[in-house]
Ligand binder design. Structure first.
Ligand code: ZN
Length: 331
């Protein structure tokens, strides 16, 4: 292994070059690398490669070091251009495969868990790694992604070392030596899951954030991109949405859609569980619609009409039990 990275894990901590972090922090930071930022990195790499230019690689290094993980790596010295090039190529590869795969895991499995605890995370990851439909669709492998590969095994040198950690306390740490960024990120993420920390994507701003198990949060505590007076969590609440509905028409449409669903539930033409599923669908559609300026209000209104939502969720309205007359001519 060349370009060795040495890091220590103990309990729910990870230490890299003298900096002690809560497991999961490095993962959140790298998952929040936007596709645009990545594209600039990939472009910078290609230009450096074509020009065989060390300065180009310096520029890429500077871009990478904006991310915690890379900021903490020791600078490499006395490396010839070809070695450097190969190393940065692997960095970009590892970012690409880790982010794609773990973002899929979060979106398609973790965010649907009903109970958030380490055992459920483990069971979800087991399904993700073993069920062919997940493996084929959501994990980056050479079968579907050219030469890209999210690996389930990484090469490490592992030893157990009693040592003083960066915060001064003594622990028997796992000292891990690897040349793979992917391996570091996996160690970080898996330790976070084992410690009961969950990483989710905020419905409002789209950023990844970490929370300590238990509650299933939909929103982060960052500033809402739609109104800086509120955090994303506040923006997601009914009261704030009501307050803002006048200025943000798509919010008004969503609130009306919620009211219709609640009414159907009260009239017992749909069940409580069906109402929840329908509301989840409308809510997801709202945040998607808010991010898309190309989606008109009319189109959004059609998208969250009861007909459209119930059809998408496989919900059929039952005949009303108490025989009151229908006003809206619903089936
Ligand atoms: Zn947010």
């Amino acid at each position: 292994m060349d370009g060795d990275i040495v890091f220590y894990t103990h309990d729910d901590l990870i230490e890299l070059n003298g900096t002690l972090l809560r497991a999961g922090e490095l993962t959140v930071d790298i998952l929040n690398l936007t596709p645009d930022e990545y594209a600039v990195m990939a472009d910078t790499f290609k230009r450096a490669q074509a020009a065989e230019d060390d300065c180009g690689l310096d520029a890429l290094d500077a871009l990478l070091r904006r991310r915690k993980l890379f900021a903490l790596l020791a600078p490499w010295q006395w490396e010839d251009f070809q070695h450097r090039l190969t190393r940065y190529e692997r960095y970009l590869h590892d970012i690409r495969v880790f982010n794609t795969t773990i973002q899929n895991f979060i979106q398609h499995l973790v965010s649907h868990l009903l109970k958030n605890d380490p055992e459920n995370y483990a069971a979800a990851l087991h399904d993700f790694y073993t069920e062919p439909r997940f493996v084929q669709k959501y994990i980056v492998t050479p079968l579907t992604h050219g030469t890209d590969c999210y690996t389930t095994h990484d090469r490490y040198a592992l030893s157990y070392v009693p040592r003083e950690m960066a915060d001064g306390h003594f622990a028997i740490c796992e000292e891990q030596i690897t040349d793979s960024i992917q391996a570091v990120l996996k160690a970080d993420y898996m330790h976070a899951l084992n410690a009961g920390r969950n990483i989710l994507r905020c419905k409002v701003c789209g950023n990844y954030f970490m929370l300590k198990g238990g509650a299933h949060a939909l929103y982060c505590e960052g500033t809402s991109p739609y109104d800086s007076r509120f955090t994303c969590r506040q923006f997601g609440t009914h009261e704030v949405q009501k307050e803002l509905a006048r200025d943000i028409p798509k919010l008004r449409v969503k609130l009306t859609a919620f009211e219709r669903i609640t009414k159907d539930m009260r009239r017992e033409v749909i069940t409580r569980e069906e109402a929840r599923i329908a509301k989840d669908t409308v809510r997801d559609a709202l945040y998607d619609a808010l991010r898309r300026s190309d989606l008109s209000l009319d189109d959004f209104e059609r998208e969250v009409s009861s007909e459209s939502v119930y059809t998408r969720c496989g919900i059929t309205r039952k005949a009303k039990p108490r025989g009151r007359p229908k006003k809206d001519g619903a089936p």
